[in-house]
Design a protein around this ligand. Structure first.
Ligand SMILES: O=C(O)c1cc(=O)[nH]c(=O)n1[C@@H]1O[C@H](COP(=O)(O)O)[C@@H](O)[C@H]1O
Length: 312
């Protein structure tokens, strides 16, 4: 099952770090961009090629020290088909390197439409008997705002094809409380969503004891993560907001269970654009990303061990 694969890689690499592949063209080193722009001009194709080249180098430098990557599709989609080609190739390359790929797509719609999303991002399409995979990755992020029925198509695919999903529960952004913290019958909305995720997760439990149906819980809300951990003991958390959004290793400690498992922590800009930090040059962007991913891994492991939560 998806979750067993993820936990296996976490233990193998001794790392809970997810590298967010969110390539912002303005931050991609000039040495990468120049080559592509010279060859293809100022075109969408040039950007697609630059993104792919950049991502491959990052993957080459981190694949042996992290369990997973999370490309956020918006950074690719904005460049149309050329961007989406780069997304597909990035996901393929990461898989070839043994990484779990979490497609950050945040989808969700009425059942029949979710089914189409699910075919695209988890399953496949059948063209007159010929099966094609389009964007298929190991796991995706989904938005539950339209209700539990909109998640069913994804769950079907998860159980049939050993895939996974992370449902938005308490997001990392400043405004997440505006709707998610509203109270209904004595419970916050995000708590109601957490109960829903915990319940539907029971049908996708792996051998490791966790579910392939996980939750997104922001690193920027430490207290909430504590209560959510208790509410959803078998749910794996995908925790964004580390680094660039201010989250630290101390902030995410409650996302983990006593077994030191239960959460993967994402950092995107903080890792992939670490070459901007003091002591690096553009050429060394891969090395800078690796150093930063190792720093993050060690900082998280240190806090886990200090709290008696070693998982390896
Ligand atoms: O689902 C997500 O990954 C997500 C949920 C959330 O609550 N907050 C959040 O920042 N994210 C994503 O996590 C990544 C964070 O990027 P950095 O702030 O650069 O580390 C982006 O891809 C966001 O879209």
């Amino acid at each position: 099952m998806f979750i067993d694969e993820l936990v296996k890689r976490i233990k193998e690499k001794k790392s809970n770090v997810v590298v967010g592949l969110d390539p912002r063209i303005e931050s991609i080193p000039k040495i990468v961009k120049d080559q592509c722009f010279e060859k293809y001009g100022n075109t969408l194709k040039a950007v697609g090629k630059a993104i792919l080249g950049f991502n491959k180098e990052i993957i080459d430098y981190v694949y042996d020290i992290v369990p997973a990557v999370k490309p956020q599709i918006a950074f690719y989609e904005q460049y149309g088909l050329e961007g989406l080609k780069a997304y597909i190739e990035t996901c393929k390359y990461a898989k070839e390197k043994g990484l779990v790929v979490i497609g950050d797509i945040k989808r969700g719609d009425i059942g029949s439409t979710s089914e189409a999303y699910s075919n695209a991002h988890l399953g496949n399409v059948n063209i007159e008997g010929v099966i094609h995979e389009t964007f298929a990755v190991d796991s995706i992020t989904v938005n539950p705002y339209m209700g539990g029925d909109t998640l069913e198509a994804f769950i079907k695919e998860i159980n049939e094809k050993d895939k996974g999903m992370f449902v938005l529960v308490k997001t990392s952004n400043k405004g997440s409380g505006q709707l998610q913290d509203l109270e209904v019958a004595g419970k916050k909305i995000y708590e109601v969503v957490a109960e829903l995720v915990d319940e539907i997760g029971k049908q996708s439990l792996g051998k490791c004891g966790y579910s392939s149906i996980g939750a997104v819980v922001g690193a920027t809300y430490k207290e909430q993560s504590k209560s959510l951990r208790k509410k959803m003991p078998k749910t794996y958390f995908l925790v964004p907001g580390y680094g660039a959004q201010g989250g630290t290793a101390e902030d995410i400690i409650h996302c983990f269970n006593e077994d030191g498992l239960g959460a993967v922590i994402n950092s995107s800009r903080g890792i992939i654009f670490a070459y901007k930090n003091a002591g690096y040059t553009e050429e060394k962007y891969g090395e800078a990303a690796r150093t930063e991913a190792l720093k993050m891994r060690d900082a998280i492991n240190k806090v886990l061990i200090a709290n008696g939560k070693c998982y390896y």
